[in-house]
Design a protein around this ligand. Structure first.
Ligand SMILES: Nc1nc2c(ncn2[C@@H]2O[C@H](COP(=O)(O)OP(=O)(O)OP(=O)(O)O)[C@@H](O)[C@H]2O)c(=O)[nH]1
Ligand SMILES: [Mg+2]
Length: 345
């Protein structure tokens, strides 16, 4: 990571534009440290902040963050879902207009954009979508490249350029994710582990799942899961073994992402949180709730007790996986009120 950071730092002064990708769920904790240390909070027209994975964040919190960043006035900010064509087109148009400004409207030139951020934040997914959707010549379209996208942090190892526009020609350089070791000393650690920027093996998975349950238990998202058995609910045709209804694929007990497992998990969360609401101000009640949830979630995930002495690890990993794929709701973990200005900029 140190070599990657050096390579990025060397390129920073050479490119026309820097796209700093941050996770919309943690817009402050996921700030890119090498840019943060650059100095005073003056307007920076070479930098655009991209809030990624907006489909996983709380939409009203994302709006508040966008308004906050705009008010700061130091650099533009755009929210993106890399799986959404419209969203990528908006990003492309912001990048093109910035490059045209920087190149004073010249169309016969080349603009370079450095895409930076912490690991697993969606950089390669963004560059792939820009490369595929961007207006480049038909001959070049035939030679489309593909950056490796993976749910594990640290997948991109080298800096690679992708053409995303013509007139002017724009190349985006995808870079390896870089994370400052200082995350271990502040409270961003659990948030970054939960959102997937830090390898789970570096922190205790049980602690991260406990943090997730604390977030879920303190939010109102669980109320949506109060009518899971009503007719019309997408999860209604439940069966604990395998089942197949019309237009549905066969569902297997071993796959915790399957609908009936997700439904059982949501039901556990709904029931345990509803029965404890009103008592949760007391720390020991909150703790007891989480312990109870782990026991019930083991059943919901169908983790066999006899197969492992430690049931917490598989339950924790399955729970984290559901959160990361958005199946436990939409949570923004950084709140504007908690954030100091220098952290955002
Ligand atoms: N839900 C959702 N998932 C996304 C989005 N963008 C990327 N992902 C997922 O996030 C994971 C990481 O994506 P990458 O593009 O590999 O992330 P990266 O920043 O390049 O990661 P490194 O190369 O390790 O630094 C993958 O599982 C992607 O499918 C998004 O907008 N929404
Ligand atoms: Mg990558």
């Amino acid at each position: 990571m140190a070599a990657a950071e050096r390579a990025i730092r060397t390129r920073l002064p050479l490119v026309d534009l820097v796209l700093e990708v941050r996770d919309a769920r943690v817009p402050a904790s996921s700030a890119f440290e090498p840019l943060r240390r650059r100095g005073p909070l003056e307007p920076d027209n070479r930098r655009v902040v991209v809030l990624s994975k907006t489909d996983l964040a709380n939409p009203s919190e994302t709006e508040k963050w966008m308004a906050y960043m705009k008010k700061q006035g130091t650099f533009p900010c755009i929210a993106v879902n890399s799986h959404n064509r419209k969203s990528i087109k908006e990003l492309l148009s912001v990048v093109q207009s910035r490059i045209r400004d920087i190149k004073h409207g010249e169309s016969n030139c080349t603009g370079t954009v450095l895409l930076v951020g912490i690991p697993n934040i969606g950089k390669s997914a963004i560059v792939n979508s820009m490369h595929q959707i961007g207006r480049i010549g038909a001959a070049e379209k035939g030679k489309l490249k593909q950056a490796i996208v993976s749910s594990h942090p640290g997948e991109t190892r080298d800096i690679t350029g992708y053409k995303v526009a013509s007139h002017p020609n724009i190349y985006v350089l995808d870079t390896p994710g870089v994370l400052s070791p200082s995350f271990a000393n502040d409270d961003s650690g659990p948030r970054l582990a939960l959102t997937g920027a830090i390898k789970v093996s570096l922190l205790d998975e049980y602690d991260i799942a406990e943090f997730l349950l604390a977030v879920v238990n303190s939010s109102e998202e669980y109320r949506k899961w109060g009518n899971l058995n009503q007719v019309g609910d997408s999860f209604s045709s439940d069966n604990t073994n395998t089942f197949r209804s019309r237009n549905q694929k066969r569902q297997y007990v071993s796959d915790h992402n399957q609908d009936f497992i997700v439904k059982a998990v949501r039901q556990v969360l709904f029931e345990t949180i509803s029965s404890s609401k009103g008592y949760l101000e007391k720390e020991d009640e909150f703790r007891r709730l989480i312990d109870r949830q782990f026991v019930s979630l083991r059943e919901a995930f169908k983790v066999p007790t006899q197969s492992s002495e430690d049931i917490c690890k598989p339950v924790a990993l399955k729970l984290l996986n559901l959160y990361r794929t958005g199946r436990l709701g939409h949570y923004t973990l950084d709140h504007i009120l908690d954030v100091r200005q220098e952290v955002v900029a």
